[in-house]
Ligand binder design. Structure first.
Ligand SMILES: [Zn+2]
Length: 366
């Protein structure tokens, strides 16, 4: 059995870490073309600029990671003669930077300004149409050369996005554990290593230990050691854990849930939290694990019921549609132990929702 585990080349994190950007660029080249989200342009203008270590040209991202935008920026990069690509901002700007770097055969430095998903470290870009509809996954031959996370920037982002990042990270261990148990492939097509499963477990343990304190810190816009640890769990541990540990039912159910219109106003990690709770029911995880997960979601304000993600009135037919999509052979439900039917998935989603509603009722009564 050959296992495979993949990593970003370098991970840099801390308060005001963006001040290290040109130092990191200079390890890879001398001229970076930086694709910057419009929303953070004003925040980074004073730090993302040419100095004696490296030259930087800044370009505003147009908002969609589309083939058109990748081509547009690729032409600008060639015209400027840059030899490093940087992406600064949210997931789409980062995915665009990864795709541009891949097309140009250049190294890439990724600077996430949110800790809302585990995508920054991955060797993957999600390509959309110019209108914003999902088009395809672009699997890249390598992970970013550098991922640089400035926690001062991240703490300035909305708390709800930080909490959603914990929802995404919450799935990591359970999906990796399923893949470990069933010998299923990770994102490389081979099984994961002991290291990947170990990091996925560390992700879960870190969430339970520091999640509530980190949320409190984020609410007050203060970078504390707990906040730092959760940013690392959401970004690096969850990133390594999902990519090299593998995915199973939580993301498959998330993907199914996106078919229901009502969920469209909710973030990826918020829907993944519901997917995770449903996976616990589907796989009959021990009661103490179920309690730990729901207790965590309750403490930090992650969704626990279908109503929390906009589909409190979902019919059995609608949930069956979700479940059928989740069980699509092209998705990752097949990595769950045992054989799973769409009916099993509907029952698990209903059981997870009932558990969440019971907890909320208890909360109200107390
Ligand atoms: Zn995810």
């Amino acid at each position: 059995m050959i296992s495979t585990t993949i990593f970003p080349g370098r991970y840099v994190q801390g308060s005001d870490a963006i001040g290290q950007l040109t130092t990191e660029i200079a390890r890879l080249g001398n001229f970076a073309f930086a694709i910057v989200d419009k929303g953070v342009m004003a925040l980074v203008r004073d730090t993302v600029k040419t100095d004696d270590k490296a030259k930087i040209a800044v370009e505003a991202f147009n908002g969609e990671c589309s083939d058109e935008e990748i081509e547009r920026i690729g032409k600008r990069v060639a015209a400027e003669g840059a030899n490093v690509i940087a992406g600064i901002g949210g997931g789409k700007a980062l995915d665009t930077a990864k795709a541009v770097a891949h097309a140009a055969g250049l190294p890439v430095v990724i600077v996430p300004t949110l800790a809302s998903t585990d995508a920054p470290c991955s060797a993957l870009s999600v390509i959309y149409t110019a209108e914003g509809a999902f088009k395809r996954y672009l699997v890249l031959p390598k992970n970013p050369d550098v991922v640089l996370v400035d926690t001062t920037l991240v703490v300035g982002a909305p708390v709800r996005l930080f909490v959603a990042g914990m929802g995404d990270a919450l799935s990591t261990w359970f999906e990796a554990e399923d893949c470990k148990q069933t010998g299923s492939a990770n994102m490389t097509g081979r099984v994961g290593s002991m290291t990947a499963y170990g990091l996925a477990r560390m992700c879960f343990d870190t969430l339970l230990a520091d999640g509530a304190a980190a949320k409190a810190a984020a609410s007050q816009k203060i970078v504390t050691p707990e906040f730092e640890r959760i940013v690392e769990a959401n970004t690096l541990l969850s990133g390594l854990g999902f990519e090299s540990g593998g995915l199973s039912g939580a993301h498959a159910i998330h993907n199914g849930l996106t078919a229901l219109e009502g969920t469209h106003g909710y973030w990826h990690g918020e829907k993944v939290a519901i997917g995770t709770q449903s996976l616990l029911m589907l796989t009959k995880r021990p009661r103490e694990i179920v309690n730990a997960v729901y207790g965590f979601c309750e403490a930090i304000g992650l969704p626990m019921t279908l109503a929390d993600i906009g589909i409190g009135d979902a019919t059995d037919e609608q949930l069956l549609e979700v479940a059928k999509l989740a069980c699509d052979p092209a998705d990752t439900m097949g990595n769950v132990p045992g054989s799973v039917t769409p009916k099993d998935v509907v029952a698990a989603i209903r059981a997870a929702d009932a558990e969440g509603r019971a907890r909320k009722a208890k909360q109200l009564a107390a």
